[in-house]
Design a binder for this molecule. Structure first.
Ligand code: HXC
Length: 282
């Protein structure tokens, strides 16, 4: 958390429900929100890993705030509903929801099976839908807010990301509809679109060798997870109260570099792979 920016206790008494909270950006958002006073429920498929992460989050928050592990596959609406019930039993309400669960692998359309496409659509887009449906009524009670973790891949045609691009475009659209439909009930819905963020599963999967961030990112470096979680804190805080139906891109300016650089994720592929791709061998 940016200690100089956000005041301790701004989320005292608040409850965060976050899918994909076991690792990466989701974990960091849970940590940041807990350090600022929230209790959290993290949701994911790996029950054992989730329990470990919940214990680590309580330790890292270091302020007595609670984190509960609710194992669920976001593709299954009944499992997501059970996780919501567990949250309501433990904390009595939900104020903030983050949809951060996602899946990814590099594959061209020609090599992508129907099940491969559906798997990512189901985790990312259907998972977001299931989470919205399961939390909407509790959020009406608290006039709470949503954040959906998207990407910038679909702003251009990003090779080897057909499934993820389609899913993230759908998530952006869903968030905008949610903002308009539920705005009158006091609910806000926004998207955060991270660019290349270091030490994340996404960057591991898209490869990190052989590129110089200074040549493709105006700010000259990959982002830190904390820079995404700080954006989430801002949107959930009172400073974000009039912001809804918005996408906040946190990418060091990367998306603007279209012609001067390789498109994402080619910039993070090893040079041999890029060459092979243009030769139709990858
Ligand atoms: C082609 C692949 C493939 C690959 C899987 N499939 N990996 N096809 N290339 N590398 C196909 C399989 O062959 C199968 O289709 C179908 O996808 C389902 O595969 P399963 O392994 O059975 O699926 P599952 O166990 O549910 O795993 C889901 C997953 C996996 C998405 C494939 O990678 C996963 O669990 N990921 C979660 C973590 C993650 O990816 N995090 C990164 C998010 S990054 P067939 O036809 O054979 O049955 C992100 C942001 C990106 O979202 C933005 C930029 C960084």
């Amino acid at each position: 958390m940016s200690k100089n920016t956000f005041r301790d206790g701004i989320f005292d008494g608040k409850v965060l429900f976050i899918t994909g909270g076991r690792t990466g950006i989701g974990y960091d958002i849970a940590k940041n929100m807990m350090q600022l006073g929230a209790n959290a429920v993290i949701v994911g498929r790996d029950a054992e890993g989730l329990a470990k992460s919940a214990a680590n989050l309580e330790r890292e928050a270091g302020n007595g705030k609670k984190c509960i592990a609710a194992a669920a596959d976001v593709r299954d609406k009944n499992q997501v509903r059970a996780a919501v019930s567990k949250t309501l039993e433990a904390f009595g309400k939900i104020d903030f929801v983050v949809c951060a669960a996602a899946g990814n692998f590099l594959v061209p359309i020609d090599g992508l099976s129907e099940n491969g496409f559906k798997t990512v659509i189901d985790i990312d887009l259907l998972g977001t839908y299931n989470t919205i449906k399961a939390t909407l009524h509790p959020l009406r009670e608290t006039q709470g807010a949503y954040i959906h973790i998207s990407a910038t891949l679909h702003y251009r045609g990003t090779p080897y990301q057909p499934h993820v691009s389609a899913a993230k475009a759908g998530i952006d659209a869903l968030s905008n509809v949610l903002a308009v439909e539920e705005g009158p009930r006091g609910i806000r819905s926004n998207v955060i679109a991270p660019g290349p963020i270091g030490e994340t599963e996404g960057m591991k999967r898209l490869g990190t060798k052989g590129y110089d961030p200074r040549s493709v990112i105006p700010l000259g470096r990959q982002g830190y997870k904390q820079e995404i979680s700080d954006a989430a804190v801002f949107l959930f805080s009172d400073a974000g109260k009039y912001i809804t139906g918005q996408t906040l891109v946190v990418d060091g300016g990367h998306r603007h570099l279209t012609h001067a650089s390789l498109p994402y994720p080619m910039m993070v592929l090893e040079p041999e792979k890029v060459k092979a791709m243009f030769q139709g061998k990858l």
